[in-house]
Structure formats: C-alpha cells, structure tokens
Write a protein that binds this ligand. Sequence first.
Ligand code: MN
Length: 297
Amino acid sequence: MQTTTRITQATQVTQATLRQSRGIERLVEGVATSDGAGVKLTRVLTGQLQHRLDPYLMLDAFSSDDPNDYIGGFPDHPHRGFETITYMLSGRMRHRDSAGNEGLLENGGVQWMTAGRGVIHSELPEQENGVMEGFQLWLNLPARDKMTEPWYRDFPSAAIPEYRTADEITVRVIAGTSNGVAGAVSRADTEPLYLDIHLPAGCAYSTALPAGHNAFIYVYRGAVQVAGTLVGSRRMGILSNATEADGVTITATEDARLLLIAGKPLHQPIVQYGPFVMNTQAEIHQALDDFRAGRLA
Ligand code: MN
C-alpha cells in the first residue's frame, strides 16, 4: 500500500524539548455557511479573526459524504492580493485558471496558488458521490507583493514531506520547518508553518514556534489537550502569544488529527471585499474596476 510505504520511508525525528508550551487563549467553533455554487462548509477563521491571526485571512473546513453539499463546486471567480492553500484529505477537485494552469487535487494533495494581481479560476468536484473533505486557507501577501505575478503549484500527496517520531506520531509538513524537516513551501515575509499532525491516544507532540508568530490548531478528528485545555473535534484553539513560551506541546486524549498553523504577522491594514484582499478601499475599487473591465486576469 502506498500510504504504508510513504510512512515507512518518512524521516524519523526527535522532538523539540520546550521550556514552556503556549496555552489556549480561546476556543472557536466556526460558522456554518455555503460558498461557490452552494458548497456547504464551516468558516473556522472568519473576518473577525483576521487581525488576531494575521497573516491568515480565512480557513474553511469542508466535509461531507452527501454530493448535494459539494457537487456545485466553485465555478469561475476572481482573487487578488493573497494566496490560497487548498489541502484535500479526501476527494477529487479540478482546478483551472486564467493563467493557463490546470490540476487535479486529490487525497492528501495540496494546491498552493498565489493570486497576486489577479487570477480567475474554477474549483470543481470530479466525483459524483463519496466523501469530500479538506480545507482552504487564505494567507495574506505583504503590501508590496499584492500585485505580483500569479503563481501556482500542485503537490500530490507523495510530494508532501513527512516525519514521524519514535512513538508513531506522524507529521505532514505542508509549509515551513518543524523539528528540522522542511515543508513543501516556504515564504520569506509571512514564514507560514502548516502541519497536519496524526497523534495516537496518549502521545504528546512538541514543536518550536517563534514567539511573535500568531498560531492556532484545528482538530478534525478526536480531541487533544494543550496546557490543560481540552480542544475537541471540529474546534479551533487559538494559541496564546506568551513571550516566555518557545513552542507548543499537544497531547492526544484519544486518537487525534489536527492542523497546526502559524505565521509571522504583517501588521498592515486589511481591507476585504469578497475575493479581493487589499490594504486600502481605493485598491478594492481598482480591483473591482479591473475585474469588470476584464483587466484583472
Ligand atoms: Mn477560489
């Protein structure tokens, strides 16, 4: 089996020893909503959290085995000013964009798209039944890069670096570096860390986090504990920014799977209008004008 082979070959690491773990500042349930052509999802990171979790702008979680919840997909729509990272746990989604890129995102794969000055794309399911489960994260761009040329990469599951510990914790490193293992993508300004962590019951996982970086976890299976606070299934836990903490230790109270996401804040104005995220209202008007005039992409 491909999965077994990949885990067997994964780098084995010794986990960081921390002075002090961050704690949980707040638990967030997310908001049930729909987007695109009626795709049901949970908006975990909403607009109200964009400053607290700078440089992240949005996290959507989708999970359903009912095709009515996802079959419409996301037909042609624009983006400007940030990056979208789609991580598919299960299911098949076809991407096509105005820069001529096309790719099929499936089980365990990641699509990283830098919208920059503008992309018009579609994200459409390529299955008529079965489970569709995954996440879309929006990462902001620094002001000077908001009008950069679009960029796009597909990473099939086997291309995502992975490591494990002696007690069978498995970590997939989508972005950044954790316990010495570099991920698929790195970014100089926002230093994103994006991990998918599989924790057997009773095991404790530790990784370093730079003190100034904003960070959160999202538990999508089971439950974990962080510094005495229980974070249950389908809950986000925002990690505190205590300056004396040098990382986070996460203990599984049952078999658990979770995302750990952290990044360096940009500390810049955030003005969002739907799929455009800029620094000023004037730049939003420009994006709308460009889109309507066919100049966006
Ligand atoms: Mn999109």
